[in-house]
Design a protein around this ligand. Structure first.
Ligand code: UDP
Ligand code: MG
Length: 325
């Protein structure tokens, strides 16, 4: 651990032209105030279709601290973050969103904790500004995941946070495709601490996470860190068998002693319920099988079109890490 580490900010950007100028201004101001250096900001342009790339390139041409990694298309937030992590060169890396929901002014506090010996300083999100129903979904998801997960995942922690070089190196060694970075970060271990930081509202523009993308991320978290859904099939199946024994005894009693006809409705309900349960768990098994299939294909996680900065040209070896598998 160094007292004045070189800081790399890793920021994925997708169609954020309305935010980027203010983002660059605020992050640069924070880096200016930090001792040591040289620090850097790695922006990953995740296939933006607006003017984002032009603005980023223009700022990179002015400021040698800025590196712009241009992906060949939109790969998604978590993959863009992975691309940023592959390019950073600092002693510590701070992951943050590009919409200024994660205040850059919190970075000195993250560094204070790093100096106290923590390898991971993650931010616990306080006072979210989203709709109440989305906040409720987040709240329930993090608690569900914490219950299901095989490791102790922190509650209400996003990707915003600081990681030391050795944590970053371990994450880079992980080959998995469906990345739930905040979980992988916890998995690595070392000393970790969560600090509360107020989560701001988006500076401008609108969210790039559709409800479907959010659900996908939630599933990535659950399926990457728990096999309890698979076990649930066995548990529920055993329960159904136990119930069917009891019901069989009851039916026999009614048939031979009471001689009353048995209900068609009960039969129908049992069939519908059990075939529903069957299909549900087939779907769950399918999720895991699909993920195994994706890993088996072992495609690279993303494709880099160009790395742009005053210090590195696109022929730089930095690009080689992009296709690490
Ligand atoms: N983002 C990205 N690729 C995507 C979607 C989002 O790089 O496919 C970036 C986006 O520009 C932002 C960050 O990821 O910097 C978080 O996205 P957003 O703020 O839209 O998500 P939310 O905060 O609403 O969950
Ligand atoms: Mg956001």
């Amino acid at each position: 651990m160094t007292a004045n580490p070189r800081v790399s900010l890793a920021i994925p950007i997708y169609n954020e032209e309305a935010v980027v100028p203010e983002l660059v201004r605020r992050t640069s101001a924070v880096l200016d105030s930090l001792p040591g250096g040289p620090h850097e900001i790695v922006f990953v342009n995740d296939g933006s279709s607006d003017g984002t790339l032009a603005i980023l390139e223009e700022t990179a041409a002015r400021d040698p601290r800025i590196v712009v990694v241009e992906l060949s298309r939109n790969f998604g937030h978590q993959t863009a973050l992975a691309a940023a992590i592959d390019q950073v060169s600092g002693d510590v890396v701070v992951l943050m969103d590009g919409d200024l929901q994660d205040p850059p002014e919190a970075i000195p506090t993250l560094l204070d904790h790093y100096r106290q010996g923590y390898d991971v300083v993650y931010v616990r999100r306080m006072n979210r500004k989203e709709h109440w129903w989305l906040r409720m979904c987040y709240y329930m998801f993090y608690r569900l995941l914490a219950t299901l997960s095989s490791i102790e995942l922190p509650l209400d922690a996003g990707d915003f946070g600081l990681m030391s070089r050795r944590v970053v190196d371990e994450i880079r060694r992980m080959p998995e495709h469906h990345r739930y970075l905040r979980g992988l970060r916890t998995w690595v271990g070392f000393r970790q601490i969560g600090i509360p930081v107020e989560r701001a509202a988006r500076h401008a523009g609108s969210t790039k996470y559709s409800p479907l993308k959010l659900l996908k991320l939630a599933f990535d978290g659950i399926f990457a860190f728990s096999i309890i859904p698979l076990r649930a099939a066995a548990i529920l199946g055993s329960l159904a068998i136990a119930c069917s024994f009891v019901y069989a005894l009851y039916s026999l009693y009614v048939k031979f002693w009471l001689h009353s006809p048995q209900g068609f409705t009960a039969l129908l309900l049992a069939i519908i319920f059990l075939s529903g349960v069957n299909l549900f768990f087939l779907g769950i098994i399918g999720e895991y099988v699909g993920r195994v299939y994706e890993e088996a294909k072992a495609r690279p996680h993303y494709v880099v079109r160009r790395v742009f900065s005053q210090r590195v040209s696109s022929a730089s070896p930095r690009i080689a890490v992009a296709a690490r598998r």
